[in-house]
Design a binder for this molecule. Structure first.
Ligand code: ZN
Ligand code: ZN
Length: 322
């Protein structure tokens, strides 16, 4: 089968390799679309040992298996299903396994991959192929963060909300916030075109002047944004760290940080049981989510397409196998 290779130095090549073999408890998924993700940029620069791609939608190819031919997205955290965390439904935080598809085992920038059967999430017939990958990072991660913080800073309690970083997750958070009943949602992003997109989804551009917020959803992962959130979160408010950063982060423990009660919360990916609610959110907000999928390319156009994505020219493009 054909696969992509990320040797590093902002290069992507393709290779013909042996077709993936499903081990016990696994099935082969034929990839239709894998959405590009900003977190793959590091692999593009530094290189990857395995095929990346972790927002995968495809069709099960396992003749004789009950799921053969079904449309599925791949839930990337491999999980045991029986530890305390998994039994609580927190499958993204399994206490026994921390393997992620596309990070620690081959992912979806290829014609096919093998995945554990327990990592399949069925895509309902009324959700079209092009939107299906959004059920993972763009909707799953975003909506989980909103659901997780809602009991702490509920939408009924007045107070402005700020979303920092208007990439796919930040835009997904804006849509999920609105859907959850939050209003007065502000957005900050250094790129004017991303702010304009967020405005289409009902967010108000944040000027950076003096305003403070009850809830800050930090989606950029930038240390400057995280540190900038601390002085402007209101007492009893919350900062939710959704964005990621692999570099060490230092907090300046000054008066502003010390003399305030506030919550600082990290959320990661989403529990499997959210899938149905995420499908419903996609159905309600289909026209907004459709705007995010703004390009599509196959193997041959992938290196240039990925470079354009890295340069910020696409929001949520898809790698497609046709
Ligand atoms: Zn991602
Ligand atoms: Zn587990």
């Amino acid at each position: 089968m054909r696969t992509t290779v990320f040797p590093g130095n902002k290069t992507i090549t393709t290779a013909d390799v042996a077709a993936p073999q499903a081990a016990a408890g696994e099935v082969v998924v034929r990839v239709r679309h894998t959405a590009l993700c900003g977190s793959d940029l590091r692999l593009w620069r530094d290189g990857a040992q395995i095929t990346p791609g972790h927002e995968i939608f495809g069709v099960v190819d396992a003749p004789g298996h009950a799921l053969h031919g079904t449309r599925q997205v791949v839930y990337i955290p491999v999980h045991c299903g029986h530890c305390d965390s998994c039994r609580e439904g927190d499958t993204q935080m399994c206490l026994n396994t921390s393997v992620l598809v596309g990070w620690n085992r081959p992912g979806g920038y290829a014609e096919a991959l093998a995945v554990p059967e327990t990592c399949l999430l069925p895509v309902p017939d009324d959700i079209e192929d092009l939107l299906a990958p959004l059920l993972l990072d763009t909707i799953g991660t975003s909506a989980h963060a909103v659901r997780f913080i809602a009991p702490v800073v509920p939408p009924e309690r007045p107070g402005p909300v700020l979303v920092m970083g208007a990439g796919p997750v930040g835009l997904g958070v804006i849509i999920a916030l609105r859907d959850h009943g939050y209003s007065d949602i502000h957005v900050f992003d250094p790129k004017p075109d991303r702010v304009a997109l967020a405005q289409r989804f009902g967010a108000i551009p944040h000027s950076g002047e003096g305003k403070r917020f009850k809830l800050i959803m930090e989606c950029s992962g930038a240390h400057a944004a995280r540190n900038g959130a601390i002085p402007i979160v209101l007492p009893r408010g919350a900062i939710v760290l959704i964005g990621e950063n692999s570099q060490p982060w230092t907090i300046n423990e000054d008066r502003v940080f010390r003399r305030k009660d506030f919550f600082m919360v990290r959320t990661f990916y989403f529990p499997m049981r959210d899938h149905e609610a995420n499908c419903d959110l996609l159905r309600r907000e289909k026209e907004s989510f459709r705007i995010l999928v703004d390009a599509e390319f196959g193997f041959d156009a992938f290196p240039e397409g990925f470079a354009r994505f890295a340069a910020g020219q696409h929001v949520k493009p898809l790698f497609s196998v046709t």
